[in-house]
Design a protein around this ligand. Structure first.
Ligand code: ATP
Length: 333
């Protein structure tokens, strides 16, 4: 398949895991051309912008971005780069599949859930107001338009992938108007998908249930902040942040990235686990309808994880990022 995509190399472990993922894509015959950009604090120090204009222009041309983690410098007045990209390109649907791997030892088994997180509003609109010296108000925005499209996407996904259940996660008992609107839209849309079982759960109960009985969850849809919390919880259930990929989809643009951050504590040590970014790249291939290449890579990763002799330290192994990469490449059929 001939196609050009944009790649942001990021910082921290970003450059290491990006290099590794691009080599695996190459070895798997993805046949992609890359426009690669450095983004983040180092780029800002060199050229005065966290994301260079040419990088934005590339994404606007290719419309597909594989993005490795970027740290937003703290205390310099920058808005989060992730929030900026999601807003600028209206990447409203953040989809995060959390699936157990038999190879990764956790107390939880057979987890297979897909989290649909609304990506553009809720408390993330960043509107805070000082009411008086000792009082701050933060604004939570929930709109019909944004809620409808993420909820509909969750149901369409469930239908297309033969999923049985969609759960709406909310706090409508307290936030009666905002989360109440989200929940009532969910209930309306659910009627259009009679073959799919539905339920709704309050966010605090969901956290408890995810630990007590995570296998009850299938597809979950929720406003932005709950999605942030629930997906980190889900990553803990399947063995850590190194295993949680994501896509950020809008009508015109798509961005694929690992859920984890730039992990500066382990940067440059060659021990980062590239799986989350690699699985994000597989979601990208599937989005581009190259299912054969995506499943070739997924099979190879499964074989390496199941074999268990070449794993990065976060999964209990002793292998370097590069040794893990080579083991995956060796298993590509
Ligand atoms: P952010 O706020 O950008 O999400 P963070 O500081 O909350 O970032 P991460 O950068 O995701 O969190 O790191 C959290 C912990 O998980 C760190 O100890 C880090 O080393 C570890 N970690 C994150 N990603 C990986 C990975 N791919 N491989 C191994 N360890 C990782």
């Amino acid at each position: 398949m001939e196609r050009t995509i944009t790649v942001f190399r990021g910082d921290g472990i970003g450059p290491e895991i990006t290099a590794c993922v691009l080599e695996i894509l190459e070895a798997a015959g993805a046949g992609l051309t890359y426009e690669i950009y450095d983004v983040g604090e180092a780029e800002w120090q060199k050229h005065g912008a966290l994301i260079p204009e040419a990088a934005y222009q590339s994404f606007e041309r290719t419309r597909i971005l594989l993005k490795s983690p970027i740290t937003t410098p703290i205390g310099k007045g920058f808005r989060s780069l992730n929030v900026t990209l999601r807003k600028k390109y209206d990447l409203y649907a953040n989809i995060r599949p959390a699936k157990s791997s038999t190879a990764v030892k956790t107390p939880f088994h057979d987890i297979d859930m897909v989290i649909f997180r609304e990506n553009t509003e809720d408390l993330y609109v960043g509107i805070e107001k000082q009411v008086d010296e000792n009082t701050i108000h933060a604004t939570k925005v929930i709109t019909r338009k944004a809620s409808e499209r993420i909820i509909r996407d969750a149901f369409d996904y469930a239908r297309a992938h033969g999923r049985k259940k969609v759960s709406c996660i909310h706090k409508a008992n307290i936030l009666k108007m905002s989360d109440g609107l989200f929940l009532s839209i969910f209930q309306d849309i659910a009627r259009e998908y009679p073959e799919i079982e539905t339920n709704d759960k309050i966010i605090d109960n969901t956290c408890m249930q995810m630990v007590m009985n995570p296998n009850q969850f299938d597809v979950l849809v929720m406003p932005n902040l709950y999605g942030d919390l629930i997906s980190d919880l889900a990553s803990g259930l399947i063995g850590g942040l190194g295993l949680l990929p994501s896509s950020n989809l809008g009508k015109d643009y798509a961005m694929f990235e690992a859920v984890h951050g730039s992990a500066p504590d382990i940067a440059g040590q060659h021990i980062a686990n590239p799986t989350a970014l690699l699985w994000s790249a597989c979601m990208m291939l599937e989005y581009m309808k190259d299912f054969a290449c995506a499943s070739r890579i997924r099979r190879a990763v499964d074989l390496v994880l199941e074999d268990g002799s070449v794993l990065t330290p976060d999964l209990g192994g002793h292998a370097s990022t590069e040794a893990y990469r080579d083991a995956i490449i060796a298993k590509l059929d």
